[in-house]
Design a protein around this ligand. Structure first.
Ligand code: F6P
Length: 369
């Protein structure tokens, strides 16, 4: 693979969207143009290169200064994204209608070269960064930018998107307190986060939840019901329970809605199960609210905007300095670079002895253990 000076780079956004993606795209584009490089966006992960015929306007977007103006505060990604375009396990339909997974990475590298790209900036979570690591091992110059509302990526203090998701969930909890207390109900609020409890923990504390259930602490439903009764005994007739979508009972499994070929398993449904179990055990009327994809929408908070802009600019600096197979990482008060391999080798989950957990316990929040 050529290691000549960079003239033309590509950027791709993959996996679930997160507020701040457009800010990264803007920072990458403006920083690249400043260095005299051309910048192109690949649509829908890598589908714009692999399946250009499925895009009426072409699979690549020429990112000019004008093209990226006015996008920074917008949620989503102007490039589009997909959960069904992993080139390592690309879903391909067979003549009989069934689906199989195919490795299309070799083909992707050829198309990348044919398009004249010298380097790739890949913005995504563990899935996209794993693809980036693999493409780097095949010879592409790759810099990763960590993104996920779940905040479950290792080797970075935080990902952008998380603060926006937590802020919105907190606002929702504030609103639910008034209706829960008016009706003296149990409100169970299910939030995203996959197999990590960061969103539930942070929003639950900030939003004054009484019970928080996270994947890192398998819950005993009897203990959760006991927390409801303890509140009743203390004179409080409503309860707010925040449950992470990946929470599971002691000795039980996560609640899975399904899994399609080429995609990660879809979590969900735990909120309803908890609400039904609590209503049955306590006799108190229960309702469920699933915040779901609302947590991924909206304008990024100023924190997420700034992190996203810093990540995008730092990714371009990394390429300029000749780095490859690295991920930009937030290490307050600065950004630095971590090997992609290290970043994808494990998931960052809630550490049970952290001060945030201690704070929650000191405040009387229960975890079902
Ligand atoms: O990883 C981000 C995330 O929002 C998870 O919290 C959630 O489980 C998943 O994506 C849902 O993805 P989708 O509905 O887009 O398949």
């Amino acid at each position: 693979m050529s290691q000549h000076p960079i003239r033309k780079i590509a950027i791709s956004t993959g996996g679930g969207d997160a507020p701040g993606l457009n800010a990264v795209i803007r920072a990458v584009t403006v920083s690249a143009l400043k260095r005299g490089w051309e910048c192109w966006g690949i649509r829908d992960g890598y589908n714009g290169l692999l399946e250009p015929e499925s895009f009426p306007d072409g699979g690549l977007i020429h990112l000019t200064r004008q093209r990226v103006s006015g996008i920074m505060h917008q949620g989503g990604t102007m490039l589009g994204t997909t959960n069904r375009g992993n080139p390592m396990n690309f879903p391909v339909q067979q003549p009989d209608g069934s689906w199989v997974e195919k490795d299309r990475c070799g083909e992707l590298v050829e198309k990348f070269d044919a398009a004249g790209f010298d380097a790739l900036i890949t913005v995504g979570g563990d899935g996209s960064l794993s693809i980036g690591y693999h493409l780097a091992s095949l010879g592409l110059r790759v810099v990763g930018v960590p993104k996920t509302i779940d905040n479950d990526l290792d080797r970075t203090f935080m990902t952008f998107g998380f603060d926006t998701a937590v802020s919105f969930a907190t606002e929702c909890l504030d609103r639910l307190h008034t209706t829960a207390t008016s009706h003296r109900r149990i409100m169970v609020v299910e939030v995203m986060g996959r197999y990590a409890g960061w969103i539930a923990l942070h929003a639950g504390i900030a939003g004054n939840a009484h019970v928080i259930l996270i994947p890192e602490i398998p819950y005993d439903i009897e203990k959760v019901a006991e927390a409801v009764r303890d509140r009743e005994r203390a004179g409080y007739l409503y309860v707010i329970v925040v449950v992470a979508e990946g929470a599971k009972p002691v000795g039980g499994d996560v609640s899975v809605l399904g899994k399609a070929v080429g995609q990660a398993e879809k979590l969900g449904g735990i909120g309803e199960k908890i609400a039904a179990a609590l209503q049955e055990r306590t006799g108190r009327e229960s309702r469920t609210v699933v915040l779901g994809h609302l947590l991924r929408g909206g304008s990024p908070t100023s924190f997420d905007r700034l992190v996203a802009l810093r990540f995008g600019a730092a990714a371009v600096r990394a390429l300029e300095e000749g780095m490859t197979s690295v991920m930009v990482s937030l290490a307050p008060p600065t950004v630095r670079y971590e090997p992609l391999k290290a970043a994808i080798s494990r998931m960052k989950i809630v550490t049970l002895d952290c001060d945030t957990m201690e704070t929650a316990r000191d405040l009387g929040i229960r975890f079902g253990d």
